[in-house]
Design a protein around this ligand. Structure first.
Ligand code: DOR
Ligand code: ZN
Length: 347
């Protein structure tokens, strides 16, 4: 069996920097035309100038004959200036700002400490239709009490997102890597200008995967995997044909030693076979006809881009995922390491 679709885009991707980036970027460029590149480097990418320099480093890490375009983002901080937003609004290559609540995830310590501190900047983003990409997890409730790790997304929706869309009804928002039924409901209830990305891991697993027969660090990411009912709600949303849900892998490579560790990092590396993972999910949901919209059309539309002009072919052809891939001077354990996958992108 074969399936040809418009070449997809990965609308949420971490590629790191330096030799680590050199190791992983070709995987994405082999199957995606473009990718929205996350800015949570250390130090974070907070200016258009830094984003354009990062973009050059990404392009330089690729073979010259590869047709791949990195779409850059800036890391929103309490001190982001309105003047920087105006630069983004006219930039060809910088597309959006990423909101990390301070402390919510990897390299988020420079994130926003209180959403009200960035209201001025959000006003300008709304005016210029610059998208806000949201890591939607709240660490504390309205009373300052700590929130359970499995409830942080729901808390963020109630505490921050509903007030945000009431105050900025025209702001373009991507609720990134959604993990709950409540997030699906939020996107469905919000306007056309609010979309969400969904990762392969949140479509393929529920939270039991983290504890199956022992603690499994390679299933640990943030937001953390949730209950089965949430996984099923995400599958329904992704395969529904609703254009407000589109592909974003959140592929987030960490070295094997930083994952298999007494305090392991959050992040799952899925870029090596991202489209194959989604194809598996869509086939099992009897919705392969909906894959192209989700992977190749809706994201581009949201960002105001043309669809890619190439096509890509997926074949039903069992293959084994390697146990490891190189990652700078170390290795990274890929999603589904050592397992047999049913779909393969024909390269
Ligand atoms: O699991 C995650 N890893 N979630 C994030 O939000 C960040 C990412 C990373 O950069 O490693
Ligand atoms: Zn991410």
């Amino acid at each position: 069996m074969e399936l040809s679709i418009i070449k997809p885009d990965d609308m949420h991707l971490h590629v790191r920097d330096g030799s680590s980036m050199q190791s992983v970027i070709a995987h994405t460029a082999a199957q995606f035309g473009r990718a929205i590149i996350m800015p949570n480097l250390s130090p974070p990418v907070t200016t258009v100038e830094a984003a354009l320099a990062y973009r050059e480093r990404i392009l330089n890490a690729l073979n010259k004959d590869v047709n791949f375009s990195p779409l850059m983002t800036l890391y929103l901080t309490d001190s982001t200036q309105v003047s920087e937003i105006k630069k983004v609004a006219v930039s060809e290559h910088v597309k959006a700002l990423k909101l990390y609540p301070a402390g919510a995830t990897t390299n988020s310590s420079a994130g926003v400490t209180d959403i009200e501190k960035v209201y001025g900047v959000l006003e300008t983003m709304q005016e210029h239709q610059v998208p806000l990409l949201v890591h939607g997890e709240a660490l504390s409730d309205e009373n300052g009490h700590a929130v359970d790790v499995f409830d942080r997304e729901k808390m963020f929706i109630d505490k921050t997102l509903y007030p945000l869309i009431r105050r900025f009804p025209k702001l373009k928002i991507v609720f990134e890597h959604i993990t709950t039924q409540e997030a699906v409901q939020f996107v469905n209830a919000a306007g056309e200008n609010v979309s969400a990305t969904i990762t392969p891991q949140h479509l393929m697993y529920d939270r039991n995967a983290i504890f199956k027969g022992g603690i499994r660090p390679h299933f640990y990411c943030l937001p953390i995997l949730k209950r089965k009912k949430h996984q099923l709600a995400l599958i329904d949303a992704a395969t529904s044909g609703n254009k407000n849900f589109f592909l974003g892998t959140d592929s987030a490579p960490h070295s094997r030693t930083s994952k298999e560790n007494a305090c392991g990092c959050a992040g799952i590396y899925s870029a090596h076979a991202a489209l194959e993972f989604y194809a598996d999910v869509f086939e099992q949901a009897n919705a392969l006809d909906k894959l192209e919209g989700f992977a190749s059309i809706f994201g581009a539309q949201f960002y105001g881009l043309e669809e890619n002009d190439e096509y890509i072919t997926l074949r039903k052809e069992p293959w084994h995922v390697p146990e490891v891939y190189d990652f700078g001077s170390e290795v990274v354990i890929p999603f589904h390491a050592g397992e047999t996958m049913q779909w393969k992108v024909a390269l």
